[in-house]
Design a protein. Structure first.
Length: 78
């Protein structure tokens, strides 16, 4: 991967994929990947909106669900 050493700022998002490059909203590249699919995957994972959607959707793990149970029941679930 190539890019600058500058940290990303909120105004840099959403990140975009352009061929093998991941770039900021202003078009400045932050990384070069081996292929286009990898660039799209990295941009998708780094964009805040897609990360928030992944965290709130789907099944929660057993420990997280058990935490919401009454104490006696939770200890048996773990």
């Amino acid at each position: 991967m190539t890019g600058t050493d500058e940290p990303l700022k909120p105004e840099d998002f959403p990140l975009e994929a352009d061929k093998e490059r991941v770039q900021r909203q202003d078009g400045k590249p932050i990384a070069t990947t081996k292929n286009e699919a990898m660039a799209h995957e990295i941009a998708e994972r780094l964009n805040p909106r897609s990360n928030a959607a992944k965290r709130t959707s789907g099944r929660r793990d057993r420990r997280q669900r058990a935490h919401e149970l009454p104490c006696e029941t939770a200890s048996r679930a773990m």
